[in-house]
Design a protein around this ligand. Structure first.
Ligand code: ADP
Length: 515
């Protein structure tokens, strides 16, 4: 059969601990999932920011192409306007069936013009297929800007096609100073988009250097979270980073807090469950002890009652004529009645202690004298049981402030136990000693002794040592020592025990000396 304590433990784990552990596991799983979702939302957000910057650079160049087509002042003038307004444009190069014509930004020396024209013409020829595609686009009404490979430091070369007239199409090559374009055209856009939320920078991929950034590099350090190639400037990347706490940081921080909270909650729950389990176990133990107590007490009361009954009946019937015998019978009745009364008193006092109604009346008392009185009263009873009892009094013992009745009760309880738990060696010694602070009364027996593991438990109410023949057979209720302990506590003193199984025990009552 499963023990009730174990049953409660299992029930508690099922009711309290298991659901919370499941919940914790579920929450941790959820947190990871949430983190992944937030992470992907965050990535797409960064990506769309970069996309819009990319789109913008495309729009700028398309805008220029458009202006050349649809401007109000004619091609040459529009080119001139574009070049004066846009710091980054170095030159336009117009190619159609009739001419190759360079529109450089500033007046540059004739030979440079020639060499540049030559170079652009060559690039044009090399990229013929790409340019043919751009021309096809324009014929179907769609203008597209293409990037051409140009071996020129810091410059980018673009191509687009335009309708020369309703019949023919011409090509425009556009030479742009990359750094100036990024500073002049992308810069303001990046500032506008980034505001206080992001760090955005343009990075030269080959040199791995930053060409532009919306903030001056500072100690916070840059940890670029996403990079994208700029469509029209393939050698450059756009990099982006969230300012301050990134969402990742926030999610990580939140996850950490949640996990800590869950762990704390579980620990509290476990402690709570453990506490409930322990107190229920204690309660069960107490109930068991109480039921033992009732059966022990009933058993203990029955014996003296039966004896009193038997002897008094015999006397009543007048069958005993021998005076000596009669006297012996009266003595038995008297002894048993005393035993009963001590037992009942013990139970009543215990009840008073339990309900907090026990009162003490302290009076200056001579402890030596008190012990002598007890021995006078009980000497005969002990003699009759074959016990030899001695007392070594304290010398120069000042009077102690004690409750005489309660202290007698404590000493009698200890003597009773010494008698109950002695075997063949029926010797009990009471011994008083004194140190600077305490008067100590030792009750020494040579009985069965107490195992070390039980020594701390014997002062608990209802506790009885259950192992060993004599301990098992001796009658008792398990409340005697708990009453003694209570009495000593009320006196500001204490009780302790030194004992060796098979050798005997020394119970010591410590009384504080009056200063
Ligand atoms: P009980 O009515 O059982 O004697 P007590 O509270 O007086 O109850 O003692 C508790 C237990 O301590 C006893 O059951 C016994 O096992 C043990 N005990 C007490 N006094 C002695 C002693 N002098 N020698 C050995 N065991 C003792």
């Amino acid at each position: 059969m499963i023990k009730p304590g174990l049953k409660i433990g299992i029930a508690l784990s099922i009711i309290l601990i298991l659901p919370s552990l499941f919940f914790t596991a579920y929450e941790i799983g959820n947190l990871n999932q949430n983190e992944a979702v937030i992470d992907s939302i965050y990535s797409s957000q960064l990506e769309s920011v970069l996309f819009s910057i990319n789109q913008y650079s495309d729009d700028v160049l398309s805008g220029w192409a458009n202006q050349m087509d649809k401007g109000r002042y004619g091609l040459d003038k529009e080119i001139e306007l574009l070049e004066t307004k846009n710091y980054s444009i170095d030159a336009f190069f117009l190619i159609n069936a009739d001419r190759y014509q360079l529109f450089p930004k500033e007046k540059i020396p004739e030979d440079s013009i020639n060499s540049l024209s030559k170079m652009l013409e060559e690039i044009y020829l090399v990229n013929e297929s790409k340019i043919a595609a751009l021309q096809r686009y324009i014929k179907s009404g769609y203008q597209k800007i293409g990037v051409l490979k140009a071996n020129m430091d810091g410059k980018s070369l673009f191509a687009f096609a335009r309708n020369q007239d309703s019949l023919s199409v011409e090509t425009v090559l556009l030479l742009v100073d990359t750094e100036k374009f990024i500073q002049e055209n992308l810069g303001p856009k990046i500032q506008g988009i980034a505001q206080d939320q992001y760090y955005i920078s343009v990075i030269d991929r080959e040199l791995n250097t930053e060409l532009y950034s919306n903030v001056v590099f500072d100690a916070e350090g840059k940890n670029i979270q996403q990079k994208k190639e700029i469509w029209l400037f393939p050698n450059y990347d756009l990099g982006i980073q969230m300012k301050g706490n990134t969402i990742e940081d926030l999610v990580r921080k939140r996850t950490k807090t949640n996990v800590i909270l869950l762990v704390v909650m579980n620990v509290i729950l476990l402690l709570g469950a453990w506490f409930v389990y322990k107190s229920i176990q204690q309660q069960i133990r107490l109930t068991q002890l109480k039921s033992d107590f009732i059966s022990n007490v009933s058993h203990e009361i029955r014996t003296p009652l039966a004896l009193i009954n038997m002897y008094s009946e015999t006397l009543e019937m007048g069958r005993i004529s021998n005076e000596e015998k009669k006297h012996e019978y009266y003595k038995v009745i008297n002894t048993e009645a005393n035993r009963l009364s001590r037992m009942v008193n013990n139970i009543l006092n215990f009840n008073k202690i339990e309900s907090g109604r026990r009162e003490y009346h302290f009076k200056e008392t001579d402890l030596n004298q008190e012990v002598e009185i007890i021995l006078q009263n009980y000497g005969q009873h002990l003699d009759s049981k074959g016990f030899e009892i001695s007392f070594a009094a304290c010398e120069d013992l000042p009077k102690l402030l004690i409750d005489q009745e309660a202290v007698s009760e404590a000493i009698i309880n200890l003597i009773d136990n010494a008698v109950k738990y002695s075997n063949e060696t029926k010797k009990i010694k009471l011994q008083c000693e004194k140190n600077a602070d305490y008067a100590i009364l030792n009750v020494i027996d040579h009985g069965i002794g107490i195992a070390t593991k039980d020594q701390s438990l014997i002062f608990d109410k209802f506790f009885r040592v259950s192992s060993g023949d004599l301990a098992y057979k001796a009658k008792g209720s398990g409340i005697g020592l708990s009453i003694v302990k209570h009495i000593m506590d009320a006196h500001g003193g204490k009780i302790n025990v030194k004992s060796e199984p098979g050798e005997g025990s020394v119970f010591s009552l410590w009384f504080k000396l009056n200063k």
